[in-house]
Ligand binder design. Sequence first.
Ligand SMILES: Nc1ncnc2c1ncn2[C@@H]1O[C@H](COP(=O)(O)OP(=O)(O)OP(=O)(O)O)[C@@H](O)[C@H]1O
Ligand SMILES: [Mg+2]
Length: 235
Amino acid sequence: MILQTEKLQSGYGASQVLFGVDLTIEAGQVVTVLGRNGMGKSTLLKTILGLLPVRGGSVQFESQNINGWSTDKIARAGVAIVPEGRMCFPNLTVKEHLTAFAAQRNPKATQTWTPEKVFEFFPRLLERQNNMGNQLSGGEQQMLAIGRALVTNPKLLILDEASEGLAPKIREEIWQCLDVLRAQGQTILIIDKYVERLMKLADHHIILEKGVVVWQGDSEGLAADRSLWERYLGV
Ligand SMILES: Nc1ncnc2c1ncn2[C@@H]1O[C@H](COP(=O)(O)OP(=O)(O)OP(=O)(O)O)[C@@H](O)[C@H]1O
Ligand SMILES: [Mg+2]
């Protein structure tokens, strides 16, 4: 078991958002969190990452309770995020991004990913290695956001709306990269709206509705029950 939340509660100020979320991710699994806007998906990620305090229940990473750990400590334990909106630094080059994040790598993990490996994986980034973050296209920024997460050699890679705002062709390129990572055994937690594509990528799905898990299962189960799509996914 890589990550487990049990009865996890969290929120902002007076408003509670998560009302007891149970989620388990095994090593090598690709798991999605689905649900309409405002249902608590990003809040779940923020709580796992220690950006929001745990108000009830627990988060365990590799069987260790990490409630109350700083985001920094959680990152060094092996959790990396590709955040919503990518958050590339406008005034750092591609190469500088990768070098800076590689310095934050998990010292105990197998060092599979180096900046050089990322350049092999994303040849576009090699071409752009001396370009600043603000000189990149949306797709290139996304590749950089994934690449800089990979150079930390995470045990768990988390992506929040990685395909948002990308042209269909570029979006598919990103999905294919995730297919490759999955085949290499990378454990991934992913939030995205393209449920049909996620069903090809992921092993397990959970659906959040108002901060509660209302359904979970595999891709066949999700494909078989169209009422779930109408009720919880707005499609
Ligand atoms: N910083 C914040 N302060 C207060 N409330 C917030 C904050 N961020 C989110 N919320 C509220 O928490 C609830 C859950 O939001 P969250 O961002 O987790 O949803 P989401 O499922 O990620 O939605 P989306 O698909 O739009 O990204 C919403 O009602 C939202 O308005
Ligand atoms: Mg969100």
